[in-house]
Design a protein around this ligand. Structure first.
Ligand code: ATP
Ligand code: LTN
Length: 332
């Protein structure tokens, strides 16, 4: 493991994961499992409670999210998969990092501003310090690479700033991580309002495709996707966000470049574009859905993967917590 690059990422078990989560994050998590990487993926359940959750639902969502990661190709023989709450080092480091993060930095986080506008009745301190917990997730594993969607760029930069600040003040403690944000696909847009990102908390279910949606539902959502009225198929994010989003999805799911993609649709209408994109998505998601049904039914297997994952994660995380506590002046 010494000369492998450490990859770490997390996903919140809040609601139904979407095509945006898949393309911006989970799909790359699976692809990053290579000879020269060691990948650590967590279900960020501690992050989830920054917004009020029903405990019964949360229990179900976090289990399903773990099963879905396995179904999407994360291989527990090669990578570790764990629940954030099973590894207490995350909260232990988080406190020390909180005391090395400024209120001003946290007030600039756009996700905090968005979420506090959305949940006016519950602007809790956890929602404000959420990016510090995320920094702890990352820095605990001496991470090299963090695969996330574009919306997490600001949080990632904060994690880097905190690491650099701590290292300067107390001596070399944390590796300063790099982001891995896909160019095309880092920001999959809503099918109904293509100027907004696709979000699982969108009250309009036609705006997002859920990874577990039925094929007929997926096809129908693409059929209703908002485009524009000039009828020309070209990639132009500014003027044609709906069509460009469909082209981006097609390019990712077929592995074709954007030029090839646009060429494939020369002379086609929007109807054909939507059907072809839906077919490509359905083809990749169907086997994942099938594996999800098998894996999620095997409770013992999922529990074993998670307990092995937590044990391996703790072995790594403990070293960093000891180091950071020692540098801070907390010795036994
Ligand atoms: P919400 O949409 O409810 O705010 P979320 O889906 O953004 O939640 P997470 O589940 O924690 O929040 O996101 C997991 C990963 O999915 C992150 O790396 C995030 O950047 C990525 N992601 C989320 N939405 C998109 C999107 N529309 N396009 C690309 N990546 C996305
Ligand atoms: N905040 C992230 C989820 C997340 C994460 C992480 C991503 C929690 N911990 C560590 C990368 C690394 C989000 O997508 N909302």
């Amino acid at each position: 493991m010494e000369n492998k690059k450490i990859v770490l990422s997390g996903i919140q078990p809040t609601g139904t994961p979407t095509l945006g989560n898949y393309v911006g994050a989970v799909r790359n998590w699976a692809l990053l499992q290579k000879e020269d990487t060691f990948c650590c993926y967590c279900v960020a359940d501690l992050h989830a409670i920054t917004v009020r959750q029903n405990p019964t639902e949360l229990r179900k969502f976090r289990y399903n999210m773990a099963a879905l990661l396995l179904a999407a190709g994360i291989d527990p023989e090669r990578s570790i998969v764990f629940m954030q709450s099973h590894v207490p080092e995350h909260t232990q480091l988080s406190w020390v990092l909180n005391c090395n993060t400024y209120m001003g930095e946290l007030s600039r986080m756009t996700q905090f501003k968005d979420k506090s506008a959305k949940h006016e009745d519950n602007i809790n301190a956890g929602l404000f310090t959420y990016p510090v917990l995320m920094a702890a997730d990352i820095l605990l594993y001496q991470t090299d690479l963090v695969p996330v969607g574009h919306d997490q760029k600001q949080h990632l930069e904060l994690a880097r700033d905190i690491a650099i600040r701590f290292n300067n003040a107390f001596g070399e403690t944390f590796k300063v991580p790099e982001g891995f944000i896909p160019g095309t696909g880092g920001r999959i847009m809503s099918l109904q309002e293509p100027e907004k990102k696709m979000s699982k908390s969108d009250p309009n279910p036609n705006g997002f495709v859920a990874i577990m949606d039925d094929p007929a539902v997926i096809r129908n959502k693409f059929k209703r996707a908002v485009t524009d009225c000039d009828g020309e198929i070209r990639y132009d994010l500014q003027n044609k966000p709906g069509v460009s989003n469909l082209l981006a999805i097609y390019s990712i799911f077929t592995g074709k470049s954007m030029d090839e993609t646009v060429n494939d649709f020369k002379g086609s209408g929007y109807g054909a574009l939507k059907t072809t994109v839906a077919d490509a998505v359905v083809e990749e998601l169907m086997p994942i859905q099938q594996r999800f049904r098998e894996i999620s039914a095997d409770k013992e297997y999922v529990a074993k993967v998670l307990s092995d994952g937590a044990e391996a994660a703790r072995r790594m995380a403990r070293k960093t917590v000891s180091k950071a506590y020692h540098k801070t002046g907390f010795d036994k």
